[in-house]
Write a protein that binds this ligand. Sequence first.
Ligand code: FAD
Length: 316
Amino acid sequence: MARSVTAMFDVIIIGGGPAGLSAALILGRARRRVLVCDAGRPRNEASTRLNGFLTRDPIEPAELLRTAREQLLRYDVEFRPQEVVSARPHGGGFELTLADGSAARCRKLLLATGVRDILPTIPGLAELYGRAVFHCPYCDGWEHRDRCLAAYGRGHAAIGLALSLRTWSGDVLACTDGEPIDARHAALAARNGIRVRPEPVERLEASSGALSRIHFASGPPESCDALFFNTGQYQRSPLAKSLGCKFKPDGGVESTDRQCTSVPGLYVAGDADKDVQFAIVAAAEGATAAVAINRELQDEDRGEQRDKASAHPTTH
Ligand SMILES: Cc1cc2nc3c(=O)[nH]c(=O)nc-3n(C[C@H](O)[C@H](O)[C@H](O)COP(=O)(O)OP(=O)(O)OC[C@H]3O[C@@H](n4cnc5c(N)ncnc54)[C@H](O)[C@@H]3O)c2cc1C
């Protein structure tokens, strides 16, 4: 009976967002055989525009990914729209199982799996997410400058976010959702012209697809144009944990400045390491990881072992 042959790649990249596709581009151009597996759930899938990406300000998020994938067709990069369900060390590299049951092996593995945001469970919020409800003022503050902005978070978290939003508007409301704030934070808010509503938030009201008012458990509703929230995030994929990566206190995968994780041969790029979380930073980290991976492969191809101290060179 014929045995199925497991495909072997120089590098497998899990995640086809800006981080993973950028790494694939550099590795493809370095003549590496690359597989990109992507489950197709980018962090910003609710968003209709990606802002702040140099020369692409703005661009539709899907268009950025489509263009990146098209430009990869020139290289030895295979793209599979598949979730990787498991990964384990194997023969000095890694062996992966995909959702369709197929297996693939590689010498080096890059996790570009991103994160998921925890959305506040407020009726009406999910429908407005990405259009009038956001988490990042840098990404979406400019489009709502000088409008009435609400900062949502539990207690003091709302005040911190509201202070940041003052850069974009003088009309900022902090919603602490039933969590009290101490006198110091109340004074800080007052000093910076921030109004505070401490009552639990009951629901968001939309009008023609835009946010119109925030309703509270008691007291009058507030008119508002956009709401920013600060309620945390978590790793989209459990693979970093199952492969034994170390994590930072904030939940990001621990990595060196060359995107090496604590597991030999395993790299991480993009939001998953919880550095600055912009698409352009994710792409830059992908490129950094690609160079480090290629250096390691070059050394191995020459039969040399890179020692830990020189594994993260400061030049190419
Ligand atoms: C509402 C919103 C608006 C935003 N707006 C902006 C903006 O305007 N400008 C900006 O710079 N940034 C913006 N961001 C942030 C931006 O989306 C992220 O910084 C960027 O997407 C990170 O890229 P990444 O490649 O690390 O992860 P992602 O883009 O999240 O891609 C990760 C990919 O990995 C896949 N994946 C995960 N696990 C597996 C697995 N096991 N197998 C296969 N595939 C897997 C996922 O399905 C996903 O497709 C926004 C984010 C949100 C939530």
